[in-house]
Design a protein around this ligand. Structure first.
Ligand code: GLN
Length: 246
């Protein structure tokens, strides 16, 4: 069994080691004897959606997002079809903002893919912190780091999680990220997946199910180091006592 992972515009959307998400997806497949093909797609290169099982849109500065979107808008309908067909798409920070209708920046306007009815607006104080969530996709808290000027308003969409510590979508709503079918938009850098193996495995299972038409069980991996790192962060934020890892 094999999954194909497309990394969209690593030359533009590449903040805070987001490409570690790609490595994590790849290695967690290979460690289980499954195959993984990673395809970096540079800005301006064609995206073959039919071939893809998982797509990653990473974070970027406002300037890079603007350039990325000029290329991405050409694929607006392809993204819609892919997401509608349960394609797995992980969009982090700048990439997350691009899923919406628009991002009103400090000095301009970036038209988004309009894949989801969400939008982002710049506000003066950047939200830069560690962040911890409770998410329906993970049995234990999800940890990460956020650094964004944009505030994202998700309307009636489902959030990725409830904020236990940190700012999240707007700093006020109490929620973080967005979920739609197998699209996950989030502000969590870290990178997200190496720090939160449950989320990585959730995405892999969804992609395997879509490709092979059945639930595929993933064998357990040794994730104690990641769990200890999460626990440490929880303890430092004062929320550690509520959770216990086996
Ligand atoms: N440029 C966007 C913002 O500042 C996203 C930044 C990022 O990807 N970290 O809101």
């Amino acid at each position: 069994m094999k999954l194909t992972i497309g990394h969209i515009y690593p030359d533009l959307l590449n903040l805070y080691g987001d490409q570690g998400n790609i490595r994590c997806l790849e290695m967690r497949l290979k460690w289980r004897g499954l195959e993984a093909e990673v395809i970096p797609i540079l800005a301006g290169e064609p995206i073959d959606f039919k071939k893809m099982d998982i797509l990653l849109l990473g974070g970027g500065s406002d300037r890079e997002q603007k350039i990325a979107c000029r290329y991405l808008l050409e694929y607006k309908e392809d993204f819609r079809t892919y997401a509608g067909d349960n394609g797995v798409l992980l969009a982090v920070c700048g990439g997350y903002q691009l899923l919406g209708t628009h991002y009103r920046t400090k000095d301009g306007y970036i038209r988004g893919l309009g894949l989801l009815d969400i939008y982002t607006e710049w506000a003066p104080r950047r939200l830069v912190k560690n962040i911890i969530l409770e998410s329906p996709l993970s049995p234990c808290p999800v940890v990460g780091f956020e650094n964004h000027g944009g505030r994202t308003y998700i309307g009636n969409h489902r959030p990725f999680g409830k904020v236990l510590f940190g700012a999240g979508n707007t700093g006020k709503s109490g929620y973080e990220g967005v979920l739609y079918k197998n699209v996950l938009g989030t502000y969590l850098h870290g990178p997200l997946l190496p720090r939160n193996p449950h989320i990585c495995d959730h995405l892999l299972k969804q992609a395997l199910k879509r490709r092979y038409g059945q639930d595929i069980a993933l064998s357990p991996l040794w994730d104690q180091m990641e769990q200890l790192a999460s626990l440490d962060m929880l303890a430092r934020s004062g929320g550690g006592r509520k959770y216990a890892f086996s």
